[in-house]
Design a protein around this ligand. Structure first.
Ligand SMILES: Cc1cc2nc3c(=O)[nH]c(=O)nc-3n(C[C@H](O)[C@H](O)[C@H](O)COP(=O)(O)O)c2cc1C
Length: 437
């Protein structure tokens, strides 16, 4: 059987790199240089894209205050992904750069204009991770008393997509004629108002940017609920997901593809990437030892609980660590993450749940070993799932130059030797990378 290549992305946060361990610094992340050099390393390894996560608040749920967050640089500080994506894109020539922008915070016109501009600045390599936000604390930074309910958020997001798609189409691709002899820059008959009047948005248009190289950014989405999956299947070029193991990964991908087909889309135009956090060592024993050391570090459980508290707005500091959760918890925030975390009915203690979840040692499959062992396993898992790739996800306590090099210079060559990862880019634009195989 011919070996099937798969896509590679990396999901990171514009926060300080690891600063509590001997090899981290955490310093000067804000000038972007650490992450620009990271993007260059990923381009050397022929990744499809680097994706910058985002949240729009300083969490204060865990322990009922901002203390843990700020003292440990967990989730805050967090800088704006759009300028970083631009800087990364302008310091590379092939790598896709994806920024998370929330439909809650950007008016659709501004988002379309910003995306179009970054797509032009990067020569057609911009992607937008579409999120609807998940926290009351974020909503309160945007003149709302609380976060709208999930159904309403998705209803608004659907109309939002209608508006931005109309805006991206408000200029014909050949509207810029640059005809010096006739004195015409843009042919005004090829630029139209959109006159959108809907339930949630009224936007006149047209966009005031020229058509960008990709026409519109690549759409990335992470819907997990039934409503979220329908939204992702309707719009996304790439879907990112965390699923517990190959069988669940396969079910998720099959489900997305079926939903897309029902909507009249070709499922092969949607690339599902699954989060993984491989732990690599020069020997298998070294990799396992490293993994155990991380799990048993003093901050590990608290870091995990602070993260899950922030995205669910449930204070996990209120529950006893060595007892099971007293009741099944629900949230209007990231319910998929909550359900995955709480493993309701498992009888596990909160500490065990935190260790299982792993503070962002977020992995759809356990990958611990030498680069060759991990590459081999990744190939087996992809064959079982059917496609389309993996999203390296940097856990809370691992973002360091050392980890980047382990992936780009240890793991990726092992994948390439097996014919599982590309060895050279065939195209220049992000959408073309995704459609290459
Ligand atoms: C890999 C991954 C990355 C995500 N990144 C963000 C993010 O940067 N910002 C954000 O507000 N939500 C983020 N989310 C949350 C999703 O946008 C979505 O709300 C979540 O997966 C729950 O899906 P649902 O809305 O269908 O319940 C992410 C989810 C996943 C799985």
């Amino acid at each position: 059987m011919a070996t099937k290549r798969f896509h590679l992305g990396w999901f990171m946060n514009f926060t300080p790199d690891e600063w509590r361990l001997p090899y981290g610094s955490g310093g000067r992340f804000w000038d972007g240089r650490f992450y620009i050099e990271m993007a260059q390393a990923l381009e050397r390894a022929c990744f499809d894209y680097i994706m910058i996560e985002d949240k729009l608040m300083v969490p204060e749920t865990y322990g009922g205050s901002r203390d843990y967050t700020l003292q440990n640089a967990m989730i805050a500080p967090k800088h704006d992904p759009a300028p970083l994506a631009t800087a990364m894109g302008m310091a590379t020539s092939r790598l896709g750069v994806v920024a998370t922008l929330s439909t809650l915070s950007y008016p659709p016109f501004l988002l379309a204009r910003l995306s179009s501009t970054i797509d032009s600045l990067t020569g057609g390599r911009f992607g937008w991770n579409i999120v609807t936000s998940a926290e009351d604390l974020a909503a309160q930074n945007f003149s709302l008393p609380r976060l709208p309910d999930r159904e309403l958020r998705y209803e608004m997001a659907s109309e939002y997509m209608e508006v931005v798609n109309k805006l991206f189409a408000s200029w014909d691709t050949d509207a810029v004629v640059l005809d010096r002899e006739r004195g015409i820059y843009a042919d005004s008959s090829k630029v139209r108002a959109i006159d959108h009047v809907g339930k949630h948005y009224q936007v006149r248009g047209p966009l005031n940017t020229v058509p960008s190289p990709q026409g519109r950014p690549v759409y990335v989405q992470a819907g997990a609920s039934p409503r979220g999956r329908d939204f992702a299947a309707a719009h996304a070029d790439s879907i990112i997901s965390i699923m517990p193991g190959p069988a669940a990964m396969k079910d998720f991908r099959d489900d997305i593809r079926a939903r897309a087909a029902r909507l009249g889309r070709d499922p092969d135009t949607i690339k599902v990437l699954f989060c993984i956090t491989p732990t690599l060592g020069e020997t298998a024993a070294e990799a396992h030892e490293k993994y155990q050391r991380e799990l048993s570090s003093p901050q590990f459980v608290a870091d995990t609980l602070a993260c899950i508290s922030a995205i669910t707005e449930i204070d996990f500091a209120e529950f006893a660590l060595d007892e099971p959760l007293p009741r099944k918890l629900t949230t209007n925030g990231e319910s998929g993450s909550l359900d995955k975390f709480q493993q309701w009915g498992s009888g596990k203690t909160l500490r065990q749940l935190a260790l299982d979840d792993g503070g962002g040692l977020v992995s759809s499959v356990e990958l611990i070993g030498t680069p060759d062992q991990v590459a081999e396993r990744m190939g087996e898992v992809m064959a079982e799932v059917g496609g389309d790739g993996f999203l390296i996800t940097t856990p809370v306590m691992r973002m360091s130059r050392r980890y980047i090099v382990e992936i780009t210079d240890w793991l990726v060559p092992a994948l390439q030797r097996r014919g599982l990862a590309r060895t050279a880019y065939a195209h220049e634009k992000l959408r073309d990378h995704l459609l290459e195989f």
